[in-house]
Write a protein that binds this ligand. Structure first.
Ligand SMILES: C[S@@+](CC[C@H](N)C(=O)[O-])C[C@H]1O[C@@H](n2cnc3c(N)ncnc32)[C@H](O)[C@@H]1O
Length: 223
């Protein structure tokens, strides 16, 4: 499920800025989240909605693995969406749109992916987004989330500092607002009728990242 050096090179060559040509392959090779999402999606043919898609790295990762599922990326940063569109030019069944996930989400029925954006939301906004994502799941669909969880660990404090650094360097438009907790995912997604699994996804990083996967209890039992 890891990308070959040739795949990484091919993706990097699509980036329009020198920064992205360096950033993209190192991010894809070092961050365990893309491989984790690919493993969760496995051979599913359902379309994927990527909320807070940034420059669309997940799309490229999945396409290089041969996943041809329709991909929709959604992000409120119009510069990132412009880069995402440029990098994906010529790819079929890929679209990117600008919008604020606190306000609305695209229509969708399939899998939903939310990687590293919930910390920009208030707890109430997080709950609303999780519910909106849950109703966009197909019966066999998965809601796949990667986020830092709020807890007492040194990893949590390190993640907070990293997110403020990203804001200070203008890589992120906003600083963190609130970090979700494991109990919050179990409560909100449980109320939506989903079963929830949560596991650490630290990779080689000092961050308190976790992978949260929610799906209908029926589809989990069948898989
Ligand atoms: C840490 S980046 C993650 C990018 C991407 N998910 C990835 O893993 O490569 C967080 C993304 O969330 C986006 N974002 C933050 N708040 C958002 C909102 N309210 N609506 C839509 N996108 C948002 C940011 O613009 C940024 O691209």
């Amino acid at each position: 499920m890891k990308l070959s050096p040739q795949s990484l090179k091919r993706i990097a060559s699509r980036a329009s800025t020198r920064w992205d040509r360096h950033y993209v392959p190192s991010k894809l090779a070092s961050d365990p989240v893309y491989e984790a999402v690919a493993t969760e999606l496995h051979a599913s043919a359902l379309p994927v909605l990527d909320i807070g898609c940034g420059i669309g790295l997940l799309t490229h990762y999945l396409r290089e693995l041969g996943y041809q599922v329709p991909m929709t990326g959604f992000d409120y940063d119009d510069r990132k969406i412009a880069s995402a569109r440029a990098m994906a030019a010529g790819m079929s069944d890929v679209s990117f749109s600008v919008g604020d996930a606190r306000v609305d989400l695209p229509e969708h029925c399939g899998h939903v992916v939310i990687l590293d954006i919930l910390q920009f939301f208030t707890p109430d906004e997080q709950d609303v987004l999780l519910r909106a994502a849950a109703v966009r799941l197909a019966p066999q669909g998965k809601l796949i989330i990667r986020n830092c969880l709020a807890d007492e660990s040194w990893r949590f404090r390190t993640t907070t500092m990293g997110d403020w650094f990203a804001k200070a360097t203008l890589w992120m438009k906003a600083g963190p607002v609130a970090y979700p907790t494991a109990d919050q995912f179990r409560r909100v997604l449980g109320e939506a009728g989903l079963s929830v699994s949560i596991r650490p996804l630290w990779g080689g990083t000092p961050f308190n990242n976790h992978l949260i996967v929610a799906q209908s209890a029926k589809s989990e039992a069948a898989s």
